[in-house]
Write a protein that binds this ligand. Sequence first.
Ligand code: AMP
Length: 173
Amino acid sequence: MNYSIEKISSLIAHVPNFPKEGINFKDITPILQNGEAFRALTHYFAESIPESVTKLAAIESRGFIFAASIAHHLGLGIVLVRKPGKLPRETYEHSYGLEYGQDTLQIHRDALKSDDRVVIIDDVLATGGTAAAVEKLCEVSGATILGHRFLMEIESLNGRKKLNYPVSSFIRC
Ligand code: AMP
C-alpha cells in the first residue's frame, strides 16, 4: 500500500468547536476525497476482519461509507444502524447519550439472524455511547458480536470502557 496509516491519519482535519463549542471534530472527508488513501484504508480495515464474520453493522452516517467499501471488498452484507424515522419496516431501537446530545438508533428487526457473526464499524469512537447502543441492537437481534473497528479513537473520552466486546482502532488521539 502506498498509503500508510500515518499518511492516512495526516489527512484527517481537526476542526475546533464544531458542531458545538468545545468539540474538536475529526473530519474524515479528506480521506474519502483521495482515491488511493480511501482504497488503502479499505484494505487495512478488510485485513482486520475475521474470516468467520457474516455481516458488518454500519453506524450512520460515516460508518456506512467505510462499512460499504469493506463489505464490497470482502463480499459481505452490511446492516444499517440508523437514526429514527429512516428505516421503513419494523425496528428495534435504543436510546443513548452522545458527546454532543442525546440520540436514538434503530435497526430493522430482520437485519440480523441468531447465526450472524457481526463486526461493528464506525469512523470515530468518542464517548462510546453510540457504539454501545449498537451492541444492544445486535444483542437484541440474537447475533454474535465479534467486536468493533474504528478508524479513530479519542482516548481521553474513554469510550472503550462503555463497550462489552473487543475494540480496535487504527488511530488514537
Ligand atoms: P460517541 O457516541 O460519543 O462515541 O460518538 C460517536 C459518534 O459520533 C460517531 O458516529 C462519530 O462519527 C461521531 N462523533 C463523536 N464525536 C466526534 C468527533 N469529535 N469528531 C467526529 N465525529 C464524532
